[in-house]
Design a protein around this ligand. Structure first.
Ligand code: ADP
Ligand code: ZN
Ligand code: ZN
Length: 801
């Protein structure tokens, strides 16, 4: 007899140790490690999902005390040995439960959903219900199948034992299949003698089968493309010369024509980088490289040539990019170079399309994977290189369980696969740059743009002086520069920090600001829907005409959203053709791509957008970049605020002057003297790095200290505060006296969706007792969860709001 070790999916009763289940005889041959199964759990034996993480012979356990696996959910393992190992490490490293790590690695459709279903034990006296509840199947126990009254009746019947209501695990991961035929003939010349000489369609099919004796042939395809006649197929099938079967069909989300692209002749700087990384690929060295290359220095070309080296070596490549940099332009560059062996994983795909791309990778049909954060778990089996472009981007950190950083996972996988990791950025994270400085990472610098152009000239405009002159949106300098570019038929990119940022409503008589009823944050005005919205919980209400508090009509809207800027701009420059890109205009599938295409085809003069336009865009005709408000962020209670501001401004400045025409950048700010803004002027990352490192050293922050953020939340403020002080007390007794504990304090946005948040920040250099203490808190958090408290542990947090 065999037992399987299974990590089960039970919220509030999680542990990282597997449960043992008996493997029933009839499942023994098909069950393997890495498959999902359905098992009975707990007193009520309710059915839940679990992952098989080990199978072993039954030795010292009493089989009578073990439960049996109910059924298998997959035909093949969904996680291989590597990913199972990785999940163990991930759970430990991020203070998460292993089940959430396993689930994170899979496409959404494979995350099990539970539903209740009802089954009868004998015919029911209630005739209507007797008809509705199927005789031998489980009938879904939901409001689509039963009225509210009936649902209640069924619950009563369950108590009496007339029916049973059970949880069932739904498996939504369905693949599409196509009809195919497969040859069964061995003696082709024998069959040929059977056929009438004038049955030309049948001869054609026979010849075709002889050419592909082993292959599964998609029926639709051979009829349409190869001129095979359907009646010949029918005749062959009736004679037993072919079998009918099915093949899995992948949805192809990519509908572009490929334009073959060839490797470019490298600049000396590029060539040196490519060679160094190639060496590591060929020698199978799990080294980490950091490429610090100014915008336009041709980092992507380096990645592409290294990927080629890995492919030539019979290995695969994983390229990660931030979601917003995953533009069609970027995707096309990879697709055009490597064709259909590229799989792309991004948020614009439907669940089904994502699942198909995932299977294409698992089945070895995709050799280059490009995707955002979650693609770091792509089930590639023989990786030759892993790339993290824009490695400083905060979207690489997952903000919910498991709270992992993509860079750490990439480096773990590189050790497993014996391949290099390449981190690239014009503005590396301080952590990575510091590691490169110490020789932990190989440091490669690209200081020149490919086109030999200077970096664009940056001008800082002091808005404190402008407001009086020309209002608070456009300075005279910026308007003049835009006008100049319009007459030259060159293009302009304008960035506004944050979507519809702080366009809040305030009453001029009583000072009332319209707030979200569920969160401690003001509502933002949206002109397209004529509503005030909360960006945290989605609350929405009509734009008011009078102050809700004092009923005065004297209310005003402050701040500037992209919509408002667009309207203003249209008034000032009626001849300009403007495209707006923000969360609202890119909601629909394909909208992002359409806007960029139009801009690329020069159907517009100005591209106005949020952060979305800062990354990855490469338009040769853009010679002016304007930043309308550089400041949002600088005053946030977050020690990385300056770093983020510097990164963003450098990135967006890099969109100008990428081809043969020189570029110019105008940055409007209320903090013209701030070092993060001054240093963008020279786009001098290295000086910024040194200055910022000094400040971090003084204040005791990363990379000099490690940080852990503990957040306690509850719908009752007292409870959240109380628990956080309890945790503080516990930590004080446990941790080294050199470790610093800050807080608890209410979070900067203290209430979201009617939950109150308190946070504790732990700063440390080495503390052996920290990990056991945090794991203890994690374990006890489950009992707290039953009382409505949530405790989140975030190692190396990037978000402090
Ligand atoms: P980065 O990612 O460093 O900002 P890119 O990789 O986007 O830079 O390169 C900028 C532009 O230069 C792109 O249009 C790219 O096609 C082009 N390019 C890169 N390398 C070369 C090269 N060796 N020769 C000619 N053009 C190149
Ligand atoms: Zn008022
Ligand atoms: Zn809200």
């Amino acid at each position: 007899m065999q037992i399987a070790n299974i990590i089960v999916d039970v919220p509030t009763m999680q542990t990282n140790s597997p449960y043992s289940y008996l493997v029933p005889k009839d499942l023994q041959s098909s069950l393997s490690k890495g498959m999902r199964v359905v098992v009975p759990f707990g007193k009520g034996n309710r059915k839940i999902e679990g992952f098989v993480v080990g199978i072993e012979p039954l030795t010292n356990q009493d089989p009578a005390k073990l439960k049996e696996i109910s059924s298998i959910m997959d035909f093949e393992p969904v996680l291989d040995e590597e990913l199972l190992d990785l999940s163990k490490w991930l759970a430990d490293k991020t203070y998460a439960f292993r089940i959430s790590c396993l689930l994170t690695m899979l496409p959404n459709v494979m995350k099990a959903k539970y539903a209740k279903a009802v089954k009868k034990n004998h015919p029911l006296t209630n005739q209507a219900l007797n008809q509705k509840v199927s005789d031998n199947l489980m009938t879904p126990f939901d409001d689509k199948h039963f009225t509210e009254k009936e649902l209640n009746q069924l619950i009563l019947m369950q108590k009496k034992g007339d029916v049973e209501i059970e949880y069932v695990v739904k498996n939504e991961a369905k693949s599409k299949v196509e009809l195919a035929i497969q040859n069964q003939i061995n003696d082709f010349s024998g069959v040929r003698k059977h056929l009438k000489t004038n049955a030309s369609a049948q001869h054609h099919l026979l010849d075709f089968l002889e050419k592909h004796p082993k292959k599964k042939l998609v029926q639709k395809k051979i009829i349409e493309k190869d001129g095979i006649s359907p009646s010949a197929i029918k005749a062959f099938f009736n004679k037993g010369w072919i079998n009918k079967t099915q093949v899995e069909k992948y949805r192809n989300p990519y509908k572009h024509k490929l334009v073959r692209d060839h490797p470019k002749r490298l600049t000396p700087e590029q060539e040196k980088a490519v060679l160094e990384i190639d060496q590591a690929i060929k020698k199978k060295k799990p080294e980490t490289f950091l490429i610090e290359g100014v915008t336009g220095s041709g980092k992507t070309e380096i990645y592409l040539q290294n990927i080629q080296t890995a492919l030539n070596d019979g290995r695969q490549a994983l390229m990660l990019v931030p979601e917003i940099a995953l533009t069609p332009q970027m995707v096309n560059r990879v697709k055009n170079r490597f064709g259909n062996q590229v799989a792309i994983i991004h948020s614009g795909l439907s669940n089904g399309e994502r699942y198909d791309e995932w299977r294409r990778i698992r089945d070895g049909n995709a050799k280059v994977v490009v995707g955002a954060r979650s693609a770091v778990f792509a089930p590639l089996q023989n990786i030759g290189i892993i790339i993290l472009d824009e490695e400083h981007d905060t979207s690489y950190k997952q903000d919910e369980n498991p709270r992992y950083h993509t860079r750490d996972v990439a480096i773990w996988r590189s050790k497993y696969h014996h391949c290099p990791v390449v981190l690239g950025s014009a503005t590396p994270s301080l952590e990575s740059r510091a590691r490169a400085g110490k020789g932990v990472y190989h440091f490669i610098r690209l200081t020149k743009r490919v086109n030999q152009q200077q970096l664009p000239e940056v001008e800082i405009v002091d808005m404190t002086k402008e407001v009086a002159k020309s209002g608070d949106i456009f300075s005279e300098e910026l308007l003049q520069a835009i006008n100049e570019k319009l007459t030259k038929h060159e293009q302009v990119v304008l960035m506004l920090n944050r979507r519809g940022f702080s366009s809040f409503m305030m009453c001029r008589d009583c000072g009332y600001v319209l707030m979200c009823p569920n969160c401690d944050i003001s509502l933002t005005m949206h002109l397209d829907s004529h509503t005030m919205k909360c960006h945290y919980c989605g609350f929405e209400e009509p734009i008011p005409n009078v102050c809700p508090k004092c009923h005065s009509h004297n209310i005003r809207y402050f701040g500037t959203g992209t919509e408002k800027v667009e309207q203003e701009l249209a008034k000032i420059l009626p001849q300009a053709r403007i495209l707006r890109m923000d969360v609202d205009t890119t909601k629909r599938k394909g909208a992002h791509e359409r806007i960029l295409n139009e801009f690329g085809e020069q159907k517009a003069d100005i591209l106005l957008g949020t952060q979305m336009i800062a990354k990855g865009l490469d338009f040769p005709n853009v010679t002016l970049v304007g930043v309308l408000n550089a400041d949002t962020g600088l005053d946030l209670p977050d020690f990385r605020a300056s770093e983020r501001t510097f990164d963003l401004l450098t990135q967006v400045a890099g969109r100008a002057g990428r081809a043969d025409k020189a570029g110019k950048v105008i940055i409007q700010t209320f903090n013209p003297e701030h070092y993060a803004i001054q240093l963008v002027k020279k786009q001098d990352y290295e000086t910024f790095y040194k200055k910022e490192m000094k400040l971090r050293h003084l204040a005791g922050y990363a990379p000099y200290y490690f940080t852990v953020k503990l957040t306690v939340s509850s719908t009752k403020e007292q409870q959240a505060a109380g628990k956080s002080y309890e945790i503080l007390k516990y930590l004080k007794t446990q941790l080294s006296h050199k470790t610093m504990i800050l807080g608890p304090t209410p979070r900067p946005i203290a209430r979201i969706k009617n939950r109150y948040y308190y946070q504790i920040i732990i700063k440390y250099k080495v503390d052996k007792k920290l990990s056991p203490a945090l794991k203890q808190i994690l374990q006890s958090s489950q009992q707290e969860a039953r009382k409505g408290l949530r405790i989140a542990i975030d190692s190396e947090p990037v978000n402090f709001m």
